[in-house]
Write a new protein. Structure first.
Length: 113
């Protein structure tokens, strides 16, 4: 299993992406969150094909924090069924991966006071 993951999240607006990204970083659930505005989603919802503007949020975190990240996003996201998926990082710059580890909660436990 990979020690680190990307968390791919779609949201209704860049502002909501920043709000969720900031919440994850401030809680030490993610080391970094990137907001990519200007996505277009085409999808099935309630029996019809729909199309909407969205933003994408990509967070970098420890694999051990993935469940806590998903739970936090579900808590503050405005969608009834938000896209929140974790993708393993299989290789990368060791210094960057070490930085992710240093800037997130160890082992998925509660943050220290």
């Amino acid at each position: 299993m990979s020690d680190y993951v990307f968390v791919y999240i779609t949201v209704a607006s860049p502002e909501q992406a920043v709000e969720i990204g900031r919440a994850l970083v401030e809680a030490r659930l993610a080391a970094c969150a990137n907001v990519l505005p200007g996505a277009t989603a085409v999808y099935w919802w309630e029996g019809a094909v729909r199309q909407d503007s969205e933003a994408v949020l990509v967070a970098k975190t420890r694999a051990g924090l993935a469940r806590a990240v998903v739970d936090k996003v579900r808590e503050i996201h405005t969608y009834a069924c938000p896209c929140v998926v974790c993708l393993p990082i299989v290789a990368g710059n060791p210094a960057f991966l070490d930085w992710i580890g240093a800037e997130t909660r160890p082992g998925g436990g509660e943050a220290a006071d």
